[in-house]
Each structure stands twice: as structure tokens, then as C-alpha cells.
Design a protein around this ligand. Structure first.
Ligand code: HEC
Length: 158
């Protein structure tokens, strides 16, 4: 490569670097919704189960999300976090527990057992950033036992 080519190459890479940096800075200005709406009705599980839910599920399935840094604050990672919380709350929100009744409640309760048994919750990517949310076999058993108890209660309702 000639000196001239090397110089051009250098300019090109500097340009790529600076535009990427600029884009990264610009997207930080896009407003995002890191909300924590009021808790309407907490799930009210027994203390040991409540502790597991809070540790492993509440960031996405409650209105008490701990928006941890840096991933919740730096775009584009924050977009993924916020999307997870929005979808998670929509599917299952332990802060709106009393709004589920009858068949809907029975379905949520069954889903909790399925997801926990399959080990698909909490999501793997989340566990990378939150190793403390990992469920032990005992945690899983406690959650499933609790949920199956709820299912009986809801099924016995008229
Ligand atoms: C990182 C965020 C996150 C965490 C933490 C998390 N979830 Fe989820 N969960 C989601 C998202 C997003 C969905 C909806 C999309 C999907 O199914 O993947 C979901 C879906 C679910 C569903 C399906 C609801 C339905 O009606 O289909 C259940 C049940 C569930 N999660 C239970 C749990 C439990 C129990 C925990 C804790 C042990 C947990 N999740 C932890 C993000 C999370």
C-alpha cells in the first residue's frame, strides 16, 4: 500500500469511528419509558416464596422494577431492557395480581409452573447480568409448589 492509500484508509476509519460514536451519542437522547407505576395489589405470597419472586421475577413482572445501571440507561441496551419489562408486565404482573381471576388466573398460575419447570424464566440473557436471580432446584420446587397450591384454590372458585 502506498502512503497515499494508507492515509485514505486512516481517514475512512476515523470517519467510521466518529459517525458510530455520534450515532451512539444521538440515540441516548431518544426518550424512553422507565416507569414504575403504583403497585395495585401485590401477589402476597408467603415470605420465602415472595423473596424468590422478588429476586428472580420482579424486575420484569412487577411495578417494582429495579432499573439497574448501566444496561437500563445506555441505549441501545436500554431498549431491550425496557421492551422486556413492558412485555413481561403485560404477560404477568405480580403488582396487579388481584386483576386476574377465574380462568385467567388459572392460566397464569399454570404458565408460572410451566415456565419455571422448563427453566425458561428468568431469561438467560437477564441471568448473565443478574446471577443473583438464578433459581436453585429448591427455589424452583418452592415456586412450583406454591403455584400448584394457588391453582387448586382458583379452580375451586365458582
Ligand atoms: C428479564 C425479564 C424477565 C424476568 C426476570 C422474568 N421474566 Fe417472565 N417473561 C418475560 C417476558 C419478556 C415475557 C413475555 C415474552 C416471553 O414469553 O418470552 C415473559 C413471560 C412469562 C410468562 C408467560 C406468561 C403468559 O401468560 O404466557 C410467565 C409465566 C413468566 N414469564 C414467569 C416468570 C417467572 C416465574 C419469573 C421469575 C422466576 C420470570 N418470569 C422472570 C421477562 C422476564
Amino acid at each position: 500500500m502506498s502512503t497515499w492509500q494508507l492515509l485514505l484508509e486512516g481517514i475512512r476509519w476515523r470517519w467510521v469511528f466518529l459517525t458510530s460514536l455520534g450515532a451512539l451519542l444521538l440515540i441516548q437522547a431518544i426518550p424512553v419509558g422507565r416507569t414504575n407505576p403504583p403497585v395495585e395489589s401485590d401477589v402476597g405470597a408467603p415470605a420465602p416464596v415472595a423473596a424468590i419472586l422478588r429476586r428472580a421475577c420482579y424486575d420484569c413482572h412487577s411495578n417494582e422494577t429495579v432499573w439497574s445501571a448501566p444496561q437500563s440507561y445506555v441505549a441501545p441496551a436500554s431498549w431491550l431492557v425496557i421492551r422486556d419489562v413492558r412485555q413481561g408486565r403485560r404477560e404477568l404482573n405480580f403488582s396487579r395480581w388481584a386483576s386476574y381471576d377465574g380462568r385467567r388466573l388459572a392460566r397464569k398460575v399454570k404458565e408460572i409452573q410451566d415456565q419455571v419447570n422448563r427453566g425458561s424464566m428468568p431469561p438467560r440473557l437477564y441471568l448473565l447480568a443478574h446471577p443473583e436471580a438464578r433459581l436453585s432446584d429448591a427455589d424452583r420446587a418452592a415456586l412450583v409448589a406454591w403455584a400448584s397450591g394457588l391453582k387448586v384454590a382458583s379452580a375451586s372458585q365458582p
